[in-house]
Design a protein around this ligand. Structure first.
Ligand code: DGY
Length: 322
């Protein structure tokens, strides 16, 4: 690289990442971690050769069309890229990258936490403890469901799904999955493939969602599909809220169509999520923290930098998605 390219960094990144970025680029940082609106973003981008955003910044077709010609790349600090209109980026010849692989362990941990939290009624337990409501113990008190030995369904057996399967095997769970295509035996191991979403849902006790949000998966977990699940089933989502029809899931949880849910991602996050979830005891809720470990956040940043270095050295970035 000749002159250092300027990179607009939309959110506060880990110190180590900001330091490393500054070795090869001129970063325009956001030390206050303020969420820029689109107007501000476009204005700041006037001085940038690339943008390093998070999923909190939306790059719809209009925003991409209005990006200054100087901006050559959007190097996301995320594996999910549903916040970027990839087709619009291709039209404008803006390179888009993401950060796969490095989040798989952290996200799988949160999926297990959600499974356990939903199964063992962690929200109710926390509420009781924090509000001094614990008055007695009895064999009937706070009885939940056991996940050990149960059937786990993985919807989207990609990188994260495969790590979740590995962790769940430690709980003696049997693994079922649905993908468009079966995995090769090296990746699938002993997991049972279902060639339809419905086939998977009908055959599992716990469902963990790992497919990306796209036009094809929006509202995939709708009323009809939820109705095919077992009444004792638990649904866990660490992917994107868009995969779920919230009205349908809230109703299913209220009426006992399924037993419980553990959710880390939501339509309308952070402040406009379906209000029904907050009213339900049988939901364990977290604020989109699947990748929120120090190790992973550093690794995501380094991966985004690697992509930028490749782009500005005239090489193909490893994680190009558009
Ligand atoms: C991701 O990387 O997609 C996480 O959800 C955080 O954005």
């Amino acid at each position: 690289m000749n002159d250092k390219p300027v990179v607009l960094v939309t959110r506060k990144l880990p110190d180590a990442v900001e330091k490393k970025l500054a070795e090869q680029f001129i970063p325009l940082l956001n030390p206050d971690d303020r969420l820029y609106d689109t107007g501000e973003l476009l204005q700041l981008a006037e001085n940038a050769d690339a943008i390093l955003p998070c999923h909190t910044e939306k790059f719809d077709a209009d925003t991409i069309a209005n990006l200054p010609a100087r901006v050559k790349a959007i190097a996301n600090f995320s594996v999910g890229v549903d916040h970027v209109d990839l087709e619009a980026a291709r039209r404008k010849q803006v390179i888009v990258t993401n950060t796969p692989d490095v989040l798989s362990d952290a996200t799988a941990e949160i999926a297990m936490l959600l499974m356990l939290g939903a199964a063992r009624r962690a929200s109710e337990g926390e509420h009781i403890m924090r509000n001094q409501l614990w008055k007695d113990w009895s064999p009937a008190f706070m009885v939940g469901r056991q996940i050990t030995g149960k059937r786990l369904g993985i919807l989207g057996m990609g990188r994260v799904g495969q790590v979740v399967a590995a962790r769940a095997r430690g709980f003696d769970m049997t693994i079922h999955y649905h993908n468009r295509q079966p995995l090769n035996p090296d990746h699938a191991g002993d997991a049972t493939y279902h060639d339809s979403v419905e086939g998977l849902l009908a055959n599992v006790d716990v469902l963990s969602i790992h497919c990306p949000a796209s036009d094809a998966t929006r509202g995939l977990l709708n009323r009809e599909r939820l109705a095919t699940m077992h009444r004792d089933a638990i649904l866990v989502n660490t992917s994107r809220g868009g995969v779920i029809d919230d009205d349908a899931l809230v109703e299913a949880l209220q009426t006992g169509v399924i037993a419980a849910a553990g959710l880390d991602v939501f339509n309308g996050e952070p402040d406009a999520i379906h209000p029904g979830y907050r009213q339900l005891d049988n939901v364990f809720l977290l604020p989109h923290i699947g990748s929120a470990t120090r190790e992973t956040r550093d690794a995501m940043g380094f991966r985004a930098i690697d992509n930028l270095v490749a782009i500005f050295s005239g090489r193909e970035p490893g994680d190009r998605v558009a």
